[in-house]
Design a protein around this ligand. Sequence first.
Ligand SMILES: [Mg+2]
Length: 116
Amino acid sequence: MSSYLIATLAAHAVLLWGEDAQLDIVQEECAELIQAISKLRRARRAVEARGPNLDTFEARAADRELSEAERNIVKEAADVWIMLQQLEALVSGEYQAAREFVVKNFAAKVTQASEK
Ligand SMILES: [Mg+2]
């Protein structure tokens, strides 16, 4: 799907369900992503801490939890992404300028860190 079509759908969604309702969902999806990041980090630590025996109930449970956390963070990142498309529809002109400024600063930081 093209970025133009996604932006059109996002703008339509905001008109359809209203700004306030969509802002609620942006907030909720960001919270879900934060929780997913916490669960992924906790699952990674559990796998690291399980020791050399991989064939215990706890080891298999840690592996399952990590797999689930990896799937979940992808889903939550995608949920946030589609809600950010709608947020962009709410603040369109300012968002574009802010995004360009942030990308420029980010590029400078990455370049600077790479040169160290
Ligand atoms: Mg979600």
